[in-house]
Design a protein around this ligand. Structure first.
Ligand SMILES: Cc1ncc(COP(=O)(O)O)c(C=O)c1O
Length: 393
């Protein structure tokens, strides 16, 4: 048995997602590139690389990781570039998208100079626009909320794309379906249709959760065929992150203690929501636990006992091992009481989770394992005191 806490990534599940994405890429006639923000476990890149080698980076570090471990076709989108970082982006990227025209005009001379000096590795520039179409309910993940800092306004682009801009980028989705994409595309065409006729490429950002059960892939393919028909010659790029690593890994923990206060029983586990599953608090969402009973609509049933033929449910809050009071996300029911030593598997803890962890409180960081299709799990990384120390001065 592996020592808890640990993340485990399943090669088989990863390959299932990659195969599906590859099929979509072909049938929809789009280019799919991987967004690093959802997954940067570079030791799994040899698996990904057999299917996809292009990526989108939102920082120099992400770009570097791609160049070193994934492939050298890197598209960049950063909310802002600086005079210091931009020359590095020019060296490492094939496409660079700007968040504002002001940034584009500032860096345009550098792009011209680069492209003249490097005719074999020219950089294509794009501008992010904001379709102002909100299909996401959680504001923290909605780039189209009024006042959003993302994307140039329609007013600034009424006269078309300035010379030097080849592409248009939008990102307006989050864990969305293709029907949401259709709504955003309608809004985009209404506001920026004149640019689509002019542009060489359209990057439709991320948030396309094609690997989620129930995602309407046929509708996506039809939508893309229609887009190609209306705008022939427009190359379409999608940069999902979550879809690559959706449901490909879990976090396995152990109950260390059970405490009770005001009738609430909390099982304290050897991991933390704040440190090791931060999206649970940020989104917020309550993860599925493999060993728990399925959620019920009527919580009163929890108090029933087996004398009425309803199996008793034992309810516990799960608490993280950090000192943050709010390091918990909800209650789960179990078929028997929890006790120290019980293992609990928090499901779907790869995309955005492994990249967003932190070392608050200095608590033990979960190790990372890869379960290959055949054979025993392989240790990718174990964290130690040196990792904690090296992040500080
Ligand atoms: C510009 C951009 N592209 C791509 C993505 C990836 O989105 P997702 O992981 O939801 O597919 C994001 C996520 O925030 C993003 O901001």
């Amino acid at each position: 048995m592996l020592q808890t806490p640990y993340y485990i990534i399943y090669e088989e599940k990863l390959i299932r997602n990659l195969t599906l994405l590859k099929k979509v890429e072909k049938e929809a006639d789009v280019k799919i590139i991987m967004a690093f923000k959802a997954n940067a476990l570079w030791k799994t890149f040899p698996i990904i690389n057999k299917y996809f080698s292009s990526s989108t980076a939102s920082s120099l570090n992400e770009m570097q990781l791609s160049l070193e471990f994934l492939g050298n076709d890197v598209h960049a989108y950063c909310p802002v570039y600086t005079d210091k970082t931009f020359p590095e982006f020019l060296k490492g990227c094939s496409h660079i998208t700007f968040n504002s025209l002001a940034q584009f005009y500032h860096f345009h001379p550098a792009i011209i100079e680069w492209n003249e000096a490097n005719p074999d590795s020219k950089v294509s520039a794009g501008i992010r626009v904001n379709p102002h179409c909100s299909v996401i309910e959680t504001d923290i993940y909605n780039p189209c909320v009024p006042g959003s800092r993302f994307g140039e306004s329609r007013e600034a682009l009424v006269d078309g794309l300035p010379t030097g801009l080849d592409g248009i980028h939008f990102h307006a989705l989050c864990e969305s379906d293709s029907h949401d994409l259709a709504k955003v595309l309608d809004a985009l065409k209404q506001q920026y249709g004149h640019l689509l006729k002019q542009a060489k490429w359209l990057n439709m950002g991320g948030g396309h959760l094609m690997t989620r059960k129930g995602y309407d892939i046929d509708f996506l393919i039809a939508l893309m065929k229609n887009l190609h028909a209306v705008y022939p010659g427009l190359k379409i790029i999608m940069e999902p992150g979550s879809a690559f690593t959706w449901q490909t890994g879990d976090l396995v923990t152990e109950v260390l203690d059970v405490v009770e206060n005001a009738g609430i029983k909390t099982a304290i586990i050897d991991a933390s929501f704040a440190c090791h599953m931060p999206d649970c608090l940020e989104m917020p969402y309550k993860p599925v636990i493999k060993e728990a009973l399925p959620d019920i609509d009527n919580p009163d049933l929890r108090t029933n006992d087996s004398s009425f033929g309803v199996p008793k449910r034992y309810t516990y809050r799960l608490g993280g091992n950090s000192c943050l009071s709010g390091d918990f996300v909800g209650d789960w029911d179990f078929s028997s009481p929890l006790k120290p030593g019980d293992r609990l598997t928090l499901c779907d803890m790869n995309h955005y989770t492994t990249v967003k962890t932190n070392m608050f409180n200095g608590i033990q960081h979960p190790s990372i394992w890869l379960k290959p299709i055949e054979g025993d799990p392989i240790l990718l990384r174990r964290f130690s005191y040196e990792d904690y120390r090296s992040r500080m001065d």
